[in-house]
Design a protein around this ligand. Structure first.
Ligand code: HEM
Length: 222
């Protein structure tokens, strides 16, 4: 490889995006376990934390670092399909963030999680536990929303499976280690690819505080 093309380490994911990702993965798993074990106090807390993270990620998608911004990574569906057609091609990683297909995966996961926390607010367990808006919805509607809360979790499980399989496919077919980048924040990219602009973690803390307050307000039933 000519010297000018030699890849150099580039910071592609800031700490807030990485912390968001791994906290979300743990909380989604914990929400499932706590529901199965009927640890409802913990399940509600975990749901509130997921709501906080989803609100934070929406704010970070508008005001965060370049690689976290929706406007940067949401490409057209045609661009996503073009990208997927080259999935089997072994070539150097040139993405300073989500690729055209990955952007849609992010949006899909966030939407599914938003539906999950919203339906949870109206759900009930036919016992003493219910979301803050279940009484307002009435038993019949709350029961129907509870069914969607459970069905939507199955969709999340499927989407996460696809997500992890896609990461594995990039490793095997293309030789790109995306998971390592989500841990270290860095990727080896050719010099022709510009490093994304990162914003201060203080801004992330401020947006997190806003998200905690908003989630607390929503979960308290306004
Ligand atoms: C419940 C489990 C999981 C959920 C809900 C989840 C969700 C997400 C979301 C929302 C993003 C977008 C991150 C952002 O831009 O803020 C993402 C990206 C990513 N996730 Fe996960 N994830 C899960 C598990 C995993 C696991 C187990 C791995 C490791 C194999 C993984 C590896 C990645 C990687 C590498 C990216 C960045 C992909 C890229 O380069 O475009 N995720 N995930």
């Amino acid at each position: 490889m000519p010297l000018l093309q030699t890849p150099r380490p580039v910071r592609v994911w800031d700490a807030p995006t990485r912390l968001f990702h791994w906290a979300l993965a743990l909380l989604v798993a914990f929400s499932f376990i706590s529901a199965k074990q009927a640890w409802m106090e913990w399940h509600f807390l975990s749901g509130k934390a997921v709501l906080t993270l989803v609100l934070f990620r929406i704010l970070w998608g508008v005001l965060g670092s370049d690689s976290a911004r929706f406007a940067r990574f949401l490409a057209s569906p045609a661009a996503a399909l073009r990208h997927l057609r080259h999935l089997g091609r072994r070539e150097p990683d040139r993405e300073p963030g989500h690729n055209a297909a990955g952007g849609w995966m992010v949006l899909g996961l966030l939407l599914l999680l938003a539906v999950q926390v919203s339906t949870g607010l109206f759900a009930n367990d036919d016992g003493i536990n219910e979301g803050p808006y279940a009484g307002w919805a009435g038993k019949d509607l709350s029961d129907r929303i509870t069914v969607w809360h459970i069905r939507n979790f199955n969709l999340i499980a499927l989407a996460v499976l696809l997500h992890v399989l896609a990461i594995a496919a990039y490793r095997v077919l293309k030789g790109h280690n995306l998971a390592a980048a989500m841990i270290t924040g860095r990727k080896a990219l050719p010099p022709s690819v510009a490093a994304p602009r990162m914003v201060s973690s203080w801004r992330a803390l401020l947006l997190l505080a806003v998200s905690v307050a908003a989630a607390g307000w929503i979960a308290a039933g306004f």
